[in-house]
Design a protein. Structure first.
Ligand SMILES: Cc1cc2nc3c(=O)[nH]c(=O)nc-3n(C[C@H](O)[C@H](O)[C@H](O)COP(=O)(O)OP(=O)(O)OC[C@H]3O[C@@H](n4cnc5c(N)ncnc54)[C@H](O)[C@@H]3O)c2cc1C
Length: 483
């Protein structure tokens, strides 16, 4: 059994842990960072970039919102179901985090919005390939990992932390386990927990959010995100904060189906529930709002329904594109559909009649036919009486073959669990800071009330990186106070 000694242990090297590691090293602390997986960056390797308000780039472009505007937008959106001081600290420092990342060597392409009406706060990383898109952020974590090492951070991969050590009411180190199963005990003046939540732990998802992963929830389950940090912090006396899933909407098994389907299921075509009824304006651009509405339907299931003519129209034009869905059309849609039908993917169906489509999808046939008739009337008159969908999205579902793909609440991972204050100090059940214990990133991110703030995109990665820096700063002040 090895025994080590250091100023600061950082539990994990994902987005928040790496930000904490670089910041703590810059502040002169001796840092050991333990990472469970064989690589750094965590879930954020899949993403495109963090939020920045009043960053050097948004200021140069005179892009809104300002810090004050962003705070009001944010708090109104979440109905003040969040610690306003923590939100203010996160937003006010987010632009500086972009500048700090640039100084570390990260390059960003232009700040972007996510959907019409959202703000250009999303700082998309310029990847090594030179083509910003999904997984662009991985380049940022490579750069940060290299910088952390150069600044003296001792980074131990495939070495999960198993428990926190508490002595005399203070957190005073951790016990980790190396690749061969040997225990490593580290005596430390402070510990930052940054393990990314429990997106890969169906039992915790069911217990804390009620969703059944793989059945009525199809979030990305990034391997290793098992809730370790929450368990360890709670064992050390931390208070439980609000817990949610970071919900948007999507298809079952998105990676198995193939990323080329992403543009298709985001199109604002007719969407019905299992009773065959429409339940929202399909043109809503906020994916979290769509996820919320789908989660309220029977079996938390919806179907996107289109006919041959709509399918063919997608060969040359897509109604909705953004920086994730970058292609303007789906020229290969016939091949995509043939491939998925041949694969036996159980959530996509083709049928010659609406009755046959209803039988295959379990949508109520009478409900579906009544809805299609009503919807086609709206298309003819150019006005959606029920949900006011934009006229340009109103295309009749007129003639078979018909197609349907199932949509579910989906998205990213969990949110929250460890209660922190606006300085990232972990609070005990009496709301007092636990000396020596700090948390950041997803493990501590309970600031979105019940719905992710997609209106200010890049928010979770932005919170991860800024709260990681804040945790390092607060921990550094604490360590210095012990000297
Ligand atoms: C497909 C996808 C796209 C996304 N795109 C964006 C985006 O563009 N913008 C945005 O704002 N957000 C995005 N997100 C969300 C973003 O990735 C997260 O908010 C961010 O990764 C959270 O950072 P974190 O440090 O809390 O967790 P992570 O980055 O997931 O890191 C957690 C780390 O903890 C490690 N770990 C777990 N347990 C232990 C243990 N016991 N000991 C040591 N290490 C441990 C894990 O291996 C992992 O490396 C996306 C997420 C997904 C899945």
């Amino acid at each position: 059994m090895a025994t080590l000694e250091t100023d600061l242990v950082i539990v994990a090297a994902g987005a928040s842990g790496l930000a904490a590691s670089c910041q703590a090293a810059q502040l002169g602390l001796k840092v050991i960072t333990f990472e469970k997986s064989s690589t750094t960056g965590g879930a954020a390797n899949m993403g495109m970039g963090p939020l920045g308000i009043e960053s050097p780039m948004t200021r140069a472009k005179q892009f809104q919102p300002t810090q004050d505007e962003a705070f009001n937008i944010f708090m109104n959106y979440v109905h003040w179901q969040a610690d306003g001081r923590l939100v203010r600290a996160h937003l006010n420092k987010s632009g500086d985090t972009i500048a700090w990342l640039q100084a570390l060597g990260v390059t960003f392409s232009e700040p972007a919005s996510y959907f019409p009406g959202s703000f250009p706060t999303w700082h998309i990383v310029m990847p090594e390939s030179g083509h910003p898109g999904p997984t662009a952020a991985a380049t940022m974590f490579k750069i940060m990992t290299q910088k952390a090492k150069e600044m003296g951070v001792q980074l131990m991969l495939q070495t999960p932390v198993k428990s926190l050590i508490k002595e005399g009411g203070k957190v005073a180190g951790v016990v980790a386990e190396d690749r061969s199963g040997e225990e490593i005990t580290v005596k430390a003046k402070a510990v930052i927990v940054a393990t990314g939540g429990f997106g890969d732990n169906p039992k915790m998802i069911k217990k804390f959010t009620g969703f059944e992963w793989g059945k009525d929830l199809h979030t990305f389950a990034i391997p290793g995100l098992a809730g370790d940090g929450l368990r360890m912090a709670w064992e050390a006396g931390a208070m439980q904060s609000n817990i949610h899933m970071e919900i948007s909407f999507g298809v079952a098994d998105p990676m198995g189906l193939g990323l080329e389907w992403l543009p298709l299921f985001h199109q604002p075509h007719l969407m019905v529930n299992l009773q065959g009824e429409r339940f929202m304006n399909e043109g809503e651009g906020n994916d979290s709002f769509k996820g919320n509405a789908i989660a309220l339907q029977k079996e938390r299931t919806a179907y996107l329904v289109f006919d041959e003519a709509i399918k063919d129209s997608m060969k040359t034009y897509l109604d909705y594109i953004n920086l994730v869905i970058q292609i303007p059309c789906l020229a290969q849609i016939d091949e995509m559909i043939e491939k998925v039908l041949a694969s036996g993917y159980p959530h996509f169906h083709k049928a010659d009649t609406l009755d046959e489509l209803a039988a295959k999808t379990r949508i109520d046939a009478a409900g579906l036919k009544a809805t299609v008739a009503e919807y086609n009337g709206y298309c003819e008159h150019g006005y959606d009486e029920v949900f006011i969908k934009l006229k340009r999205f109103l295309r009749p579902v007129a003639k078979g073959p018909y197609y349907a793909i199932a949509l579910y609440p989906a998205g990213y991972g969990s949110l929250g669990g460890i209660k922190i204050n606006s300085k990232t100090e972990v609070l005990d059940k009496s709301w007092n800071p636990i000396p020596g214990l700090f948390a950041c990133g997803t493990d501590a991110c309970d600031i979105y009330g019940d719905t992710y703030v997609f209106q200010l995109p890049g928010n979770t990665m932005g919170f991860a990186m800024t709260s990681g820096r804040m945790a390092a700063e607060t921990a550094a002040a604490y360590v210095k106070s012990l000297a």
